[in-house]
Design a protein around this ligand. Structure first.
Ligand SMILES: C[S@@+](CC[C@H](N)C(=O)[O-])C[C@H]1O[C@@H](n2cnc3c(N)ncnc32)[C@H](O)[C@@H]1O
Length: 255
């Protein structure tokens, strides 16, 4: 048990019991006995700023939906019916914020496991008064499997998923045939799956896996140009300047 007494403005202080309880389902250890699949993330007690911690404490209840093993009703969750776009692994949420603001007619559901990232996006939601974004802090594989109804998503964004560069870790990569088949089954006919990566061998794997999924069709021959709605991140701009590549893949769900 953690017996540290939280001090104000101490970024290392534990979260309050209420916030910890709210996050409990996200805290499954990778490959824990309850896990039915290899996790695409590992839990690290990463650095969290005081602002992110405050946002988690104040805003988690307001803008996040708890994981539950039953289908989500998006109209109830967002307070309106609109096209639903799922984003998997939003990191610190810079891109998520920009896209949600640029596309006010769509509802965005962001899924992330990492406390600092969730705190960061909660702050952005509040600071930019974003009404069309909700967060689920949980393993996206379980969210897609348990909370997303078949044929219900208008789009899915998977931007720069962890590349797991070592060969012995490739099994942790998110874009693999079983998960892509599950994801494709949750997309509406005509809806899209948009992935981006800056790892060439992961891009090749994505093209193979998406290309082999019977429910998906590539929108172009090979890799797609970056569409205007996906902003170029600072990290990506720097990488491109250094001559590194970025690959976008945009597939549509077949009828
Ligand atoms: C390399 S970061 C990219 C973040 C962001 N999309 C970007 O472009 O900057 C990948 C993120 O995916 C998250 N992630 C990995 N596996 C996940 C899973 N199964 N469910 C939810 N989030 C996951 C990680 O915690 C991490 O924040």
């Amino acid at each position: 048990m953690n017996t540290r007494i939280p001090e104000q403005n101490d970024p290392a202080a534990p979260l309050s019991p209420a916030t910890q309880a709210a996050l409990e389902p996200a805290a499954h250890a990778p490959d824990s006995p309850g896990a039915t699949h290899i996790r695409s993330f590992v839990h690290r007690r990463g650095h969290i700023t005081q602002g992110q911690r405050d946002a988690l404490e104040r805003l988690l209840d307001k803008w996040s939906l708890p994981y539950a093993p039953k289908p989500l009703d998006p109209a109830a969750a967002f307070g309106r019916s609109a096209p639903t776009i799922l984003e998997i692994g939003f990191g610190m949420g810079e891109t998520t914020e920009k896209i949600a603001l640029a596309r006010p007619g769509d509802n965005f559901l962001g899924v992330e496991v990492f406390n600092a990232g969730v705190g960061s996006l909660l702050r952005r939601i509040e600071d930019s008064s974003i009404a069309n974004l909700r967060i689920i802090q949980h393993d996206a594989v379980e969210v897609v499997r348990d909370m997303i109804a078949p044929d219900s998503l208008d789009g899915v964004h998977v931007y720069f998923p962890d590349p797991w560069p070592k060969k012995r870790h490739h099994k942790r990569r998110l874009i693999q045939p079983p998960f892509v088949a599950l994801l494709a089954s949750r997309i509406k006919p005509g809806g899209y799956l948009h992935c981006a990566t800056d790892w060439e061998d992961y891009a090749v794997q994505m093209l193979e896996v998406l290309g082999a999924e019977p429910l998906l069709r590539n929108t172009v021959d090979g890799y797609a140009p970056r569409p205007d709605y996906r902003p170029q991140t600072k990290f990506e701009t720097r990488g491109l300047r250094l001559g590194h590549g970025v690959w976008d893949l945009i597939f549509k769900r077949a009828a």
